[in-house]
Design a protein around this ligand. Structure first.
Ligand SMILES: Nc1ncnc2c1ncn2[C@@H]1O[C@H](COP(=O)(O)OP(=O)(O)O)[C@@H](O)[C@H]1O
Ligand SMILES: [Mg+2]
Ligand SMILES: [Zn+2]
Length: 520
């Protein structure tokens, strides 16, 4: 009995695990048997692998071929196992030297003609391979740039099974097929109703486009500096959406490890921008209010567990425009990521984990009638209250910066030009403040003030007692909860960082309390 072994990677969310792929050829009814919980896509691999081997000028062993994927208990999905399966089969039939493929990890889908097609999730898969000690990973040419982001592992991009076999046999590479369709990205899996816009660049948007709204602009600056969640309410047409869309222009580039995290998620989702293997700008996700729960936090069937907008917004911004209009209960699903910074989806024995640490930005009209002028609104106070209450519960509770924007006056629209600072100027202040924060948090896992856990705010990062005295009254009369207290203190730190002060004082605490209560 001939036996050949190589390796591939199974993905769960953004976590990968090495899978041993073994092929054995025995006497018996000719055919290919896959064992080890293959899902539908994997079963289809049977036909692809056979056709690809045949169309690469190789002989299909006309005997009983068993391919086993180990550990068998691990659910495996997707088409990325094709390459490893075909190489194992050829190894077992003595068409390849056995030792040539044993140490390799192979990730790629095969076309019927033997082309190697790119797959989604290559970055997290190669990370897992590297962590397991693999030295060389074989991927499709079209995935090579993305795979090469992983340090300490040799990445070899190949365009066809024929080319890979030549490589494994130490032969010169065959001529490339003229058609370079092999380098095109594979079809990207898509969730129905995923109404998100992924923006990594802000085009020519600038904060200076927004006239008036000094308070709104200031709030964006504080949010950008400290990573605090924001809620804008205000009459239709006052610039809520406009402001929100400009928050990314104030954020610094992602550092390298954050860039890798974000890229891994978009790699799995198949939303990496073409020709840009590494995402270096904070993502901006704006799911429409008709979005489903799965579109918002991820989901799907066993075969395709997909990250949702909350994860695609990881290390960036999740903008929920017209938030009261989101359908019942969908926003409640954000509780898990807001609490733990990740989404965990369990399906048919497998658990997928997607990081989801984002800055949440809510925007809402004050009432359902959406009258542009306050005097035209006929909504009863109870109706208005109920409308905004749709956002409450898990969300509004966690918003540090609440702001009621007013309509912009005509004079402001006309004359405020020179007052409106451009994004570049504000982004520079944000950067300076973030540097301050980073130095203070240098030996901690947190990067922004919003991430500091409550207990540390009371120990290592406690503001002076004098400054906190201001909050005692609010705590005593029940206007401020313990959670609210922590939120106020975090924002006060950001205000201090923006003003280049050592610690927050009474002024910053008072200002932060006002922002938390949303008195403006
Ligand atoms: N503060 C503002 N400065 C400049 N233009 C504004 C401002 N507010 C509103 N506009 C104009 O009105 C349009 C609608 O604004 P938008 O941000 O969508 O309002 P909202 O989201 O509050 O309903 C914008 O595209 C812009 O042309
Ligand atoms: Mg709007
Ligand atoms: Zn109204």
């Amino acid at each position: 009995m001939a036996l050949a072994r190589t390796r591939a990677v199974a993905l769960f969310g953004v976590d990968g695990q090495i899978v041993d792929v073994e092929a054995a050829i025995t006497n018996g009814v000719p055919g290919l048997h896959l064992v080890g919980l293959p899902d539908t896509a994997l079963s289809e691999a049977r036909d692809r692998v056979r056709a690809a081997i045949y169309n690469s000028g190789e002989t299909w062993p006309n005997r009983h071929v068993t391919v086993s994927l180990f550990p068998a208990s691990l659910p495996k999905r997707g088409s990325g196992f094709d390459l490893a399966i075909s190489v194992a089969v050829l190894g077992a039939s003595d068409a390849l030297p056995l030792d040539a493929c044993a140490g390799l990890v192979m990730i790629g889908e095969l076309g019927l003609d033997g082309r190697i097609r790119p797959v989604t999730g290559v970055l997290p898969a190669v990370l897992a391979a590297a962590e397991s000690g693999a030295e060389t990973v074989i991927v499709a040419n079209g995935n090579a740039d993305e795979a090469s982001l992983v340090p300490d592992v040799k990445v070899v991009g190949v365009s066809s099974l024929r080319a890979l076999l030549a490589l494994l046999r130490d032969l010169p590479p065959p001529p490339e097929p003229d058609n370079d369709a092999a380098d095109a990205r594979g079809p990207s899996p898509y969730i129905d109703g995923l109404a998100t816009r992924s923006r990594t660049r802000r085009g020519d948007m600038d904060l200076a486009d927004v006239r008036g709204q000094a308070e709104g602009r200031k709030i964006l600056e504080i949010s950008a500096a400290g990573g605090h969640h924001v809620c804008f309410t205000g009459p239709p047409g006052c610039g809520k959406t406009m402001l929100a869309e400009r928050l990314p222009t104030l954020l610094p580039d992602l550092d390298h490890s954050a860039a890798l995290e974000v890229t891994a998620i978009h790699s799995v989702a198949g939303t990496l921008p073409a020709g840009q293997p590494l995402i270096t700008r904070p993502p901006f996700q704006a799911p429409h209010h008709t979005a489903s729960r799965a579109a918002l936090v991820g989901g799907g069937s066993g075969r395709l567990i997909q990250p949702g907008a909350a994860s695609l917004a990881h290390r960036g911004i999740l903008f929920l425009d017209e938030s009261p209009e989101f359908t019942g209960g969908v926003l409640d699903a954000l509780r898990q990521p807001l609490e733990g910074g990740e989404v965990v989806i369990a399906r048919s024995g497998a658990t997928a984990r997607f990081p989801a640490r984002f800055t949440m930005l809510l925007a809402a009209n004050p009432c359902p009638c959406a009258a542009p002028k306050a005097r035209d609104c006929g909504c009863a106070a109870s109706v208005r209250r109920r409308y905004l209450a749709r956002m409450s519960g898990p969300l509004l509770d966690r918003v540090d910066l609440k702001s009621r924007l007013k309509e912009v006056s005509r004079a402001e629209l006309r004359y405020d030009l020179e007052l409106a600072e451009p994004s570049e100027v504000v982004a520079q202040r944000v950067l300076t403040a973030r540097d301050r924060t980073r130095k203070r948090l240098a030996d901690t896992p947190w990067r922004t003030n919003a991430e500091i856990p409550g207990r540390e705010l009371r120990r290592r990062f406690a503001p002076p007692h004098r400054a906190l005295a201001r909050l005692d009254r609010s705590l005593a009369d029940g206007r401020l909860s313990a959670r609210g207290l922590d939120r106020v203190v975090r924002v006060a730190w950001t205000l201090a960082d923006l003003k280049d002060k050592e610690t927050p004082a009474t002024d910053e605490i008072t200002e932060a309390l006002g922002l938390w209560e949303g008195r403006t």
